[in-house]
Design a protein around this ligand. Structure first.
Ligand code: FES
Length: 203
């Protein structure tokens, strides 16, 4: 079931106490890391009135909605409603939780309960993510010699192994780049890939 897992960023880009927007096959997600490092991914809709939870804020082991401050624990359950401080929120008030794991410096998301089967990216170091304004089909133009296995394109840059984990966003794709070689060179090469795919010209 590895195809169910969608890369949503590099671990290095989601520090402690931060929430960011993500996606899973068209579903919008809020992905956040608690103060102790616990990772969560939820539907990006507050169960109260639908405000984006990715606009909220992390406090300790909770995520609070920016609209009326309803607060949710890492299990997705509502733990506090500021307008009713004496009330214990009903168990039914719960964010829609996705499975979220990180491996080899990449954050992956899938529907809750999905078996964890991920590509092996060991030996490679996460470098950076680059968003390309093109669809997935256009990637072949910028990655000659690379071989695709599911969401991962593998190849070599200046003799060093490189893997690009593709996050399909519909009108654009984000390439999460990992490599065994020099990070600065790989970062520049990623810029070149972006230009080649978007404009058909070499950087
Ligand atoms: S919409 Fe989130 S607390 Fe009201």
């Amino acid at each position: 079931m590895s195809g169910m897992w969608v890369a949503n960023g590099l671990s290095q880009d989601l520090p402690l106490g931060v929430v960011m927007a993500g996606s899973w096959q068209g579903a919008e997600l809020a992905i956040w890391r608690s103060a102790t490092g616990r990772l969560s991914a939820w539907n990006d809709r507050c169960p109260h009135r639908g405000m984006r939870l990715s606009h909220g804020f992390v406090r300790g082991e909770t995520l609070s909605c920016i609209y009326h401050g309803w607060t949710y624990g890492t299990d997705g359950a509502c733990s506090k409603i500021p307008a009713h401080p004496a009330m214990v929120p009903p168990a039914a008030i719960k964010a829609e939780v996705y499975a979220c794991v990180e491996a080899d410096g990449v954050i992956w998301v899938a529907p809750a309960g999905t078996e964890v089967v991920l590509p092996d990216l060991s030996g490679l170091v996460a470098v950076r993510s680059v968003t390309v304004q093109a669809d997935v089909a256009a990637l072949t133009r910028g990655l000659p010699g690379f071989v695709q296995h599911g969401a991962v394109w593998r190849g070599q840059v200046e003799g060093a192994a490189v893997a690009l984990v593709v996050q399909d966003r519909g009108a654009s794709v984000t390439l999460h780049g990992l490599g065994a070689g020099d990070r600065v060179r790989l970062s520049r090469w990623l810029d070149g890939v972006r230009r080649l795919v978007e404009e058909g010209v070499l950087a």
